[in-house]
Design a protein around this ligand. Structure first.
Ligand SMILES: [Zn+2]
Length: 291
């Protein structure tokens, strides 16, 4: 398509600017990488200004819900109650939980405690307990735009070794984000995350990764954390994706619960920690949209 577009035509992104003043340089640069054999993003993955604004607004709501729920993550509360609070807060702010009914998922949020790696389903039989580490993964639809982020909560007296896991997992995300810049690669992020986790004696879950987000809940690219620097999809301005490595205290192996088909646990029963941010590749670096 880009080949047919004249330099004085309006840009494909809908900015209203001439192509030569808008995406022409980015497209040319991308094409040089594609010709060298690198994986480059399809144009439909590059968000326009209006789309970015929509995702940014959705992200603000997602952040507000995570800010709100923090004080309720305490000893004795059920994950069902946290789910209800998150559902109501999201509605109050004008959004819809993206998790709800997503591929049959029954609740508004994923809450994953200790050895649950991700996709823990809220239940009135699951209690938050003193000494546990809890991941709350919130995803929101607002005006048709999707946002996604998660945080860890340490409940009461958490043993120092578990606190350290939580801290290092957060550092991993920060180091991954530092790698996000135009004309870098997804693999740069994976390498930075993986190096920091393994240097601290931890392992990184291989099978589950981050994802593009914005117009859909889950878009291309898939973002893994066992990838090598200089490999994987080229980072081009306008790409939006999550960085959400799952860091295990023990072995990287995971298993999915056979009865509910969602809950993912570590095989060795040791704890796992995860933080998730959504980032936008900008023309000069990156912008963190959710945290
Ligand atoms: Zn453009």
């Amino acid at each position: 398509m880009s080949d047919k577009l004249g330099r004085n035509d309006l840009c494909w992104c809908g900015s209203g600017r001439k192509y030569k003043k808008c995406h022409a340089l980015i497209d040319e640069q991308t094409e040089t990488y594609r010709l060298k054999g690198y994986e480059v993003p399809h144009r439909k993955l590059l968000k326009t200004k209006q789309q970015i604004e929509g995702i940014r607004e959705s992200s603000k709501l997602n952040i507000a819900v995570l800010d709100f729920i923090g004080e309720y993550v305490t000893d004795g509360v059920t994950t069902e109650e946290l789910d209800r609070l998150i559902f109501e807060k999201t509605k109050e702010l004008g959004g819809v939980p993206a998790d709800l009914n997503y591929e049959g998922y029954p609740k508004s949020v994923c809450i994953s405690i200790d050895d649950v790696v991700c996709h823990g389903i809220p239940s009135d039989r699951v209690f938050i307990r003193n000494g546990t580490i809890v991941n709350i993964d919130v995803s929101t639809i607002y005006n048709g735009f999707f946002s996604d982020s998660s945080r860890m909560f340490c409940v009461g007296d958490v043993p120092s070794e578990k606190r350290r896991l939580v801290d290092v997992a957060k550092e991993c995300v920060g180091l991954g984000i530092e790698q996000v810049k135009p004309w870098g690669f997804l693999g740069d992020i994976g390498q930075a995350v993986n190096d920091h986790a393994t240097n601290n004696g931890y392992s990184v879950v291989r099978e589950i990764g981050g994802h593009g987000v914005g117009l859909e809940f889950h878009e291309e690219p898939w973002v893994g954390y066992v990838t090598k620097k200089g490999t994987g999809m080229l980072l081009v301005p306008g790409l939006v994706f999550t960085i959400e490595p799952m860091i295990n205290m023990g072995k990287p192996n995971i298993k999915t619960d056979k009865s509910d088909h969602w809950t993912v646990r570590t095989v060795d029963g040791k704890p796992s920690a995860q933080w998730e941010n959504t980032v936008l590749v900008t023309e000069t670096g990156h912008e963190v949209l959710t945290y």
